[in-house]
Ligand binder design. Sequence first.
Ligand code: 28F
Length: 638
Amino acid sequence: MAKYDENQIQVLEGLEAVRKRPGMYIGSVSERGLHHLVYEIVDNSVDEALAGFCTEINVEILPDNIISVQDNGRGVPLGIHPKMHRPAIEVVYTVLHAGGKFGGGGYKVSGGLHGVGGSVVNALSEWMYVEACNGDGLYKIEFARGKVTKELYKIAESDKPGTKVVFKADSEIFETTNYNMETLTERLREIAFLNKGLKITLWDKREEGTEQVTFHYEGGLKSFVEYLDKNREPVNKDVIWFETEQNDVQVEIAIQYTTSYSENILSFVNNINTIEGGTHVDGFKRGLTKAFNDYARKFNILKEKDQNLQGEDIREGITAIVSVRVLEPQFEGQTKTKLGNSEVAGIVNSAVINKIGIFLEENPAIAKAILEKTMSAARAREAARKARELVRRKSALESTTLPGKLADCQEKDASKCEIYIVEGDSAGGSAKQGRDRRFQAILPLWGKMINVEKTRADKIYGNEKLNPVIVALGAGIGNEFNIEKLRYHKIIMMADADVDGAHIRTLLLTFFFRYMRPLIENGMVYAAQPPLFKLAKKGMEDVYCYNEADLDVKLKELEEKGIARDSLNIQRYKGLGEMDSEQLWETTMNPEKRTLVRVELEDAIKADEIFNILMGENVEPRREFIEQNAKYVSNLDI
Ligand code: 28F
């Protein structure tokens, strides 16, 4: 760098801080954190689109997992930054809290780390370069681990404004630098839905025969709802859509009702997926309930003496997306994905009452269809309440008996207890023998559980397949779920690594997602990882492998110790039942040795979507899904 003043020192300290504690800036250095690097750069282009200057973003995964992102915005400014006395392009990509999103500068709201994205990605990359054109000449600046290695220089004549960033994530920082095409596809599709008209292309150029996807939705959230409901039967033929702005808060909402029983509400703040909801969702729900009750009373569908329709009945079968843009969002919650700004609730609430009220009055037939569904949901809930009362009274009479199949643990402090939900009686038997009964409980599930997608809450209680799970966990379901009453703080699904096992995991995950969501939000649900292979040889300790890659690694290690592959007996496990209780304990249940995969909320949302395809009403999408995924069906692991 030319001159070394307090600004340069601040830059170096900033980058040092990022490399020391990357998790503070991008959440983690796992695969998830790696993908955040791409989202931070893309968000810079999206901000340029929000400002009205960028219409296309091209993302490429190049060989050796190098990422290239290009936009056709105005180009990062090349002029000298007034305060930093360096080219703005260098400032935007080296100074934390740089860019127009903080303090002065052109942008109003930003989706990413509020403008620190570029410099964080730079600090966490082995190398990165940025090319920009403001309309007169194409310039380039190069970096390594955040520090300038080649000052800004002209590389070509050009009159096409725009910015291109190419970087290689630092393998010293990240657990993996291998990008997952589907992960990027999901998020870029979501961004395209959230920014109507923006065209986003993603190319995977790591292998020959590259794969390219393009997302471009003029319909924005309308297209998003149609995409989410592509496997459901709509009740209202057109998606209900509106957008408003009040006090610098922009609100865009799309709603569709379907014949499904689930409630499917996605919410976003400045393009960030607020998985934990927040004031925008609360305002939406309150407004929706008021709008429907006002309409039902006004047109005498609800009689004077009738009590109000309940929110959960009105939301049965709803798919809705609530997207707001807020200047200074306050994020709360465990994963900082809950909106805290109180003023937003009122703004969304009044917008919904107003706009839905008008829609219902202008579309009486649709209003009637939705209300009929709501009323039948109310009756079903009433029936469920009575069924619950009955079950409670019955079990109260027989004292709260735990399910016969449950082998409980001795420990009474739930935070130290874990319950294995095991598929089938044989595996259940070995698990009961192999476990550590002080803190491990076993609940075998016999055969296939019911398909919760086709069943309304009223049948969940009575069902003999799910009831043992509900009673064993002890915390109730749905609105009555009370995490304080939970009897185990680790719920571990242990099923075979085959399609049946994946089916049971999907059923359980969807059940937890629909009726015990706090379990997943608090990271209490896990999938056990039984071994796939056992390598045996006389005089040698058994070696276990957990997937194909692990098998290769272990075989190579044994090779190095002079144990040839063909001298080994390689057994592929088809099911848990093939292991005796000692092996099951050693490989899958012993906390010192086992691997558990914690279920993240995103996995559950994915399971919910897959579940809806696999178990929903329509056969066609199921066939399509299985055909598409047949090639991976061995690890159709949720
Ligand atoms: C592939 C990544 O980073 N695109 C970007 C711009 C455009 C401007 C900008 C960026 C405002 C003053 C700080 C241009 N002209 N893609 C990108 N495109 N940053 S990043 O300005 C940065 C801030 O300096 C831009 C007029 N206003 C803003």
